[in-house]
Design a protein around this ligand. Structure first.
Ligand SMILES: O=C(O)C[C@H](O)C(=O)O
Length: 499
């Protein structure tokens, strides 16, 4: 019998959440470096260059890789020989309560506060719980005397693109997966890993897909040793065919949207093949730990070998400098799709909840709390600042979710441009063309790097929305790519197919 104190479990989870907030798994960094070195398409190469510099900065600076510090998802495999105890002698708490306590500690750490993203009520008010609880806890009872822990911080952009289907036994799983990819667009922040769960019951297939994402990237080793199982054959087939679609890093085109394909299977009913697909984004964050009763699980060694040689700063050649404070429609009209801009001046921010409020005010004919005429709006929900920062990591959120608000904002406020990540849908592109506006893409997952370009920040409106409040940022040389120009030309190849 192994006695494991619930306090040690909570400490292990809190330490793991802090650690993964700023540490890519080394195998992910190595795979990204290989993809970057092989990439020939300039915009995708530049995006991966930013992701690598960001990864190094985050690891050294111990600040989050991505402003979306994720939903805490904790998988416990508890040996049947484990007995929970408490150091404080108090009554045992539920595992949900123990994990939530760990999340509260980790996300509220004053040295490296993480962003509270969870909303309490998925329908209605969607009130932010302010401490990122509740967590998502999965528990299995297994043979043995140890407790195996998998701690994950999963960003919204990947999980929101999850797909599920019940196929006929004669259908091709590979064809189904490939058919999903164009419609998933770039909101899942490629390059990343595809997790595929096949078999079991519907909910089991989703869990298989999710669990598959947290094994080290080994597609090159698999290719070198050759396939031995149908699962391995499917991995190699999907890896080659998904990258051949040309989605590329951040959906900008190119060779590498997918760094690995993981597959897990389970027996299923003779009448069907449940199949689930879940992508993991460029902010891949997870850690496997084991508790054996001797105290909190030790964290992995802190060596930075995988980051060695990655430059300290990201430099852009041939960028056009833009003064946001004097910007006008004529200047916006000259920008060309694919051009890199360095923005200096005032950016206003708004994402999902603030957009809803702004457009509700417009519909009621009421004044807005901020002047948007001549302004550029950044879709972002930043992490809180620590000493010495104007703002914490502040990368773009998925612009596609704001598509429905583009027409009213452009038509009724005089807004000039928007900054976000991923493709725009046809409706938004048509509005951008109609109003001679533009949509600029920042690199999703390069949040710490981008926040270094933000020199001042203050909340202007909707403070009750927490990270979703409207902020004013003073930026210097903030790097973006023109993704939709004033003529409605788009850089994203799958803008029409997205769902
Ligand atoms: O919530 C965010 O900041 C980003 C989100 O993860 C997204 O990918 O759209």
């Amino acid at each position: 019998m192994t006695r494991i104190a619930q306090e040690d479990l909570a400490t292990s989870i809190a330490q793991a959440l802090q650690f993964i907030s700023h540490r890519h798994p080394p195998d992910f960094v190595r795979a990204l470096r290989r993809a970057h070195a092989a990439e020939t398409h300039a915009p995708a190469r530049a995006a991966m260059g930013q992701l690598l510099v960001n990864s190094r900065m985050a690891a050294l600076g111990r600040r989050p890789l991505c402003q979306d510090t994720g939903v805490a998802q904790v998988f416990l495999r508890i040996g049947m020989g484990v007995a929970f105890v408490r150091h404080d002698g108090g009554p045992l708490r539920s595992l949900q309560a123990v994990v939530d306590e760990a999340v509260r500690t980790a996300y509220g750490d004053p040295g490296n506060p993480l962003r509270a993203t969870m909303v309490a009520d998925p329908l209605g008010a969607r009130t932010n719980t302010r401490d990122n609880t509740p967590s998502v806890v999965h528990c299995e009872l297994v043979e043995g005397d140890a407790l195996e822990l998998l701690v994950v911080a999963k960003g919204g952009g990947g999980d929101v693109k999850a797909r599920f289907a019940t196929l006929n036994p004669s259908d091709s799983v590979a064809d189904w997966v490939l058919a999903q990819l164009p419609g998933m667009g770039a909101g899942w922040c490629p390059p990343g890993v595809l997790g595929i769960g096949i078999g079991g019951s519907p909910e089991q297939a989703m869990l298989l897909a999710k669990r598959s994402l947290f094994d080290a990237i080994d597609i090159d080793a698999l290719r070198a040793r050759g396939v031995a199982t149908p699962e391995e054959a499917l991995r190699l087939d999907l890896y080659a065919r998904s990258n051949a679609l040309g989605i590329g890093a951040q959906g900008l085109g190119g060779l590498s949207a997918v760094l690995d394909v993981k597959v897990r299977t389970a027996p299923c009913h003779a009448a069907t093949i449940p199949v689930a697909l879940i992508p993991n984004c460029a902010a891949t964050r997870y850690l496997h730990l084991t508790l054996d009763g001797s105290g909190p699980a030790p964290l992995p060694d802190l060596a930075l070998d995988a980051w060695e040689g990655i430059p300290e700063h990201f430099t852009v050649e041939d960028a056009v400098r833009v003064d946001l404070d004097t910007l006008d429609r004529a200047e916006v009209g000259q920008w060309k799709v694919g051009q890199t801009l360095l923005l200096t001046g005032t950016l206003l921010t708004a994402r999902d909840a603030a957009h809803k409020r702004l457009v509700d005010l417009l519909q009621r004919g009421e004044p807005l709390p901020v002047e948007l005429r001549g302004r550029t709006l950044y879709y972002v929900g930043p992490v809180d600042a620590v000493a010495g920062e104007a703002v914490g990591p502040a990368g773009p959120t998925t612009a596609t979710r704001m598509d429905r608000f583009v027409e009213p904002l452009l038509a009724q406020t005089g807004l000039l441009a928007m900054v976000g990540k991923a493709e725009r849908g046809p409706e938004a592109i048509a509005s951008i063309r109609k109003h001679g506006a533009a949509y600029l893409a920042a690199t999703g997952g390069a949040a710490y790097l981008l926040s270094r370009a933000i020199r001042k920040a203050r909340v202007l409106a909707f403070a009750d929305l927490g990270m979703e409040a409207i902020h004013e940022f003073e930026v210097v040389d903030f790097p973006v790519t023109v993704a939709v120009d004033a003529h409605g030309r788009t850089i994203h190849r799958f803008a029409e197919a997205r769902t």
